[in-house]
Design a protein around this ligand. Structure first.
Ligand SMILES: [Zn+2]
Length: 97
């Protein structure tokens, strides 16, 4: 691994560890670096979207599955109520979890 890739990887591991390797939103177990793309592949979500002024720092990043990351898109989910609404959508739309 090149030094840049190694630093990137370390950052991913730190974010992954924030939730013990689970999606911040739906709780499914994530794979940090799958050899092939999978549904459980970890993506990094910005709690406050970059487009709404959210920072690119560690505190604003959480691990998320591809599904939740897409679903959340650039919505703001910073308080409990919007989080609950989001989660109920997430579960409704994927009964196969
Ligand atoms: Zn998820």
């Amino acid at each position: 691994m090149s030094p840049i890739k190694e630093r990137e990887h370390r950052k991913r591991v730190e974010i992954y560890n924030k939730t013990g390797g689970r999606c911040y939103f739906c709780g499914r177990e994530l794979e940090i670096n799958p050899l092939y793309p999978t549904d459980n592949e970890m993506t990094i979500d910005h709690l406050i979207p970059r487009s709404k002024g959210g920072s690119n720092k560690y505190a604003n990043k959480v691990p998320a599955c591809k599904y939740c990351n897409n679903l959340k898109s650039n919505r703001m989910i910073t308080d409990k109520l919007s989080y609950k609404i989001f989660i109920s959508y997430a579960y409704e739309e994927t009964l196969v979890f």
